[in-house]
Ligand binder design. Structure first.
Ligand code: NAD
Ligand code: UDP
Length: 356
């Protein structure tokens, strides 16, 4: 790529968070110019500083809420965005059950406001952070994008509601280009160990819990259920390295750019992307016990664990059919479970208290 070549400008909502910060690096490396918009409700300015250091350039950062239409208008009026990658949202399933209005207001209400402002400024390309949670308990494995969608908790319902909104929008106005990336289980951290997942309090998710046991912050992992119909009785998930996931966003944006420019050239066949859901996973499943053992193998740290009852709402197994990402985006995950453990551990050991 020529030295001063810059691709289009992208607004990254929620870009200070776990997935957003890694994606900012991947976007920058791919030549995209980015601005991050985040209210820091679940992230820290330090993540932005570290991303700036890693890319050797100060990131443009706007502290703001996606529900603040006036601020969003100012941001859109002062930039020429090609599109938006929309990570901003609350993501704790348990909290969503206790505070459903907060989740619907923030995730669904915020996305509607963002889309309204995008429409005002004629920015019609969006990559949205959806989740494999929209599939609920799947009838068949691997899960492809045409599988039925069904959720039982407000977090999942907020993701599903946004997908329906995007679908309706694409039906009503064919100038929208909307990709919903359905993430499976992102884990791992940047290979530098400088950015990673920084949960508040006791982690709800498996990998941060394992690393905090390994570093001695937590005593023992509870493995929720060992009587599932799986390889060893523990739950099976499609863990994907956050760096691969970040690359998936670059591939999705590249795809939108290509589609839009080829449609402009060939006006007679003008057709927008519409609403396009795509799985981002590795296509393979790993059990909870297999992940614990891989972590020990890679790091040399024993993880004490105990089996406890199943966690309410958990399913036995979940892994992605990844053909659509492969064929449409030319994207495939490259990093292994060992890479995921190694990088999670490097982040944990270098930052025992996260960004604090
Ligand atoms: P995160 O909490 O680390 O990042 C989300 C970011 O959005 C945070 O920086 C937070 O401050 C910001 N934010 C929240 N509400 C906002 C608002 N109203 N206005 C502006 N900023 C706001 O979470 P993450 O793990 O990086 O996840 C990113 C997205 O991907 C979320 O939408 C999440 O639901 C989705 N997702 C995550 C996972 C996962 O396992 N991490 C899986 C599937 C889907
Ligand atoms: N899990 C566990 N103990 C924990 C956290 C998670 O046994 O402390 C299991 C959980 O039951 C599931 C898998 O690990 O089978 C992944 O859970 P996580 O919360 O990381 O992601 P989810 O698939 O629920 O989105």
């Amino acid at each position: 790529m020529p030295e001063n070549f810059m691709k289009n400008k992208i607004l990254v909502t929620g870009g200070a968070g776990y997935l957003g910060s890694h994606t900012c690096i991947a976007l920058h490396e791919a030549g995209y110019d980015i601005a991050v918009y985040d209210n820091l409700s679940n992230s820290s300015r330090e993540a932005i500083n570290r991303v700036s250091t890693l890319i050797g350039q100060k990131i443009e950062f706007i502290e703001g809420d996606i529900r603040d239409a006036e601020l969003l208008r100012q941001v859109f009026a002062s930039h020429e965005f090609f599109g938006v990658i929309h990570f901003a949202g609350l993501k704790a399933v348990g909290e969503s059950v206790v505070k459903p209005l907060l989740y619907y207001n923030n995730n669904v209400g915020g996305t509607i406001i963002l889309l309204e402002v995008m429409a005002e400024y004629d920015v019609k390309s969006l990559v949205f952070s959806s989740s494999a949670t929209v599939y609920g308990d799947p009838d068949t494995l691997p899960i492809d994008e045409s599988s039925k969608r069904f959720c039982t908790n407000p977090y999942g319902q907020s993701k599903l509601a946004i997908e329906y909104i995007l679908e309706d929008l694409a039906k009503a106005d064919n100038s929208w280009n909307l990709i919903a990336l359905r993430y499976f289980n992102p884990i791992g951290a940047h290979s530098s160990g400088q950015i990673g997942e920084d949960p508040n309090g006791i982690p709800n998710n498996l990998m941060p819990y394992i690393s905090q046991v390994a570093v001695g912050k937590l005593e023992k992992l509870s493995i929720f259920g060992n009587d599932y119909p799986t390889v060893d009785g523990t739950g099976v998930r499609d863990f994907i390295h956050v760096t691969d996931l970040a690359q998936g966003h670059v591939a999705a944006l590249d795809y939108l750019e290509q589609q839009i420019s080829s449609n402009k050239i060939n006006i007679s066949k003008k057709k927008s992307v519409g609403f396009l859901p795509i799985n981002l996973g590795t296509g393979g499943g790993t059990s909870v016990l297999e992940l614990v053992n891989a972590f020990t193998e890679v790091t040399g740290r024993d993880i004490s664990y105990q089996f406890t009852d199943r966690r309410l709402g958990d399913i036995a197994s979940c892994y992605a059919d990844i053909d659509k990402a492969k064929f449409l985006l030319g994207w495939k995950a490259k990093l292994s479970i060992h890479d995921m453990c190694q990088d999670s551990w490097r982040w944990q050991i270098l930052n025992p208290n996260g960004y604090d």
